[in-house]
Design a protein around this ligand. Structure first.
Ligand code: MG
Ligand code: ZN
Length: 234
């Protein structure tokens, strides 16, 4: 397919029109099998990005500082960027999930601590379009250097995330279904009404006593939603 015109993703669309529920979804490791930023760093990162990753894993820095410094260490042309994105695969049951929530008029929004342009490209490549994407943005500078923008960072964010998902919950009239897998989902999972968790997020929810449904993939979410009327979830 032809490459899309290079432009920031329009994230202006706000979750609206559902009287009861919204679905908020993590992307990397939840909708996609691979973590996009990790993959880009492994292929195109200049030496030293692993040290920064280590500091993040030890809790010494938040994802905002971690990703800002790591994205600046990429040595990657635009064709290399798209080439890598073309290798990312999606949970095959994600489209079934989209069908289920669409049939229930539950709007879907992606909340990602990854890269908006990458998510839009990968989804489009898999025939999925029109989902609002809230995520960090990257800008190409020159031939092969990149800069991270974090329009959804918040100074008050406890974990100092690049994208402060904690502050992205919709207005109190709406209830939130959340699906995620990792550390970027910790703060929002404690505030959502119905949590589907895998990976580190499931471990975290269990340790913190946060009510959640452990899942392997979106098929587990589909099966669960077929059994319950979300309108009756307490
Ligand atoms: Mg994730
Ligand atoms: Zn936050």
């Amino acid at each position: 397919m032809s490459e899309p015109r290079w432009a920031p993703v329009d994230s202006a669309a706000v979750v609206t029109d559902s009287p009861h529920w919204v679905a908020l979804l993590d992307f990397d490791g939840t909708i996609s099998h691979q973590d996009v930023t990790d993959g880009l760093l492994r292929r195109f990162g200049r030496p030293g990005w692993q040290t920064i990753e280590q500091q993040w894993e030890e809790g010494l820095i938040g994802s905002r500082e971690c990703m800002t410094r790591q994205i600046a260490m990429l040595d990657m042309t635009l064709p290399q960027f798209y080439d890598h994105l073309s290798s990312v695969t999606l949970d095959p049951s994600f489209t079934a999930f989209l069908d289920v929530v669409s049939a229930r008029n539950i709007p879907v929004t992606i909340l990602s601590d990854g890269l908006a342009q990458a998510i839009a490209f990968i989804l489009q490549r898999h025939g999925i379009s029109g989902l609002p994407i809230y995520a960090n943005q990257i800008e190409l500078q020159g031939e092969s250097s990149w800069h991270l923008r974090t329009p959804y960072a918040r100074p008050e964010c406890g974990p100092a995330s690049a994208h402060c998902k904690c502050s992205q919950l919709p207005s109190s009239r709406r209830r939130t279904l959340y699906v995620g897998d990792g550390a970027s989902d910790f703060c929002v999972a404690g505030k959502a009404d119905l949590v589907f968790a895998k990976g580190r997020l499931a471990d975290y929810c269990k340790a913190q006593g946060i009510a959640h449904h452990p899942i392997h993939d979106f098929n587990d979410v589909v099966v669960h939603l077929a059994q319950v009327d979300v309108a009756t979830v307490p």
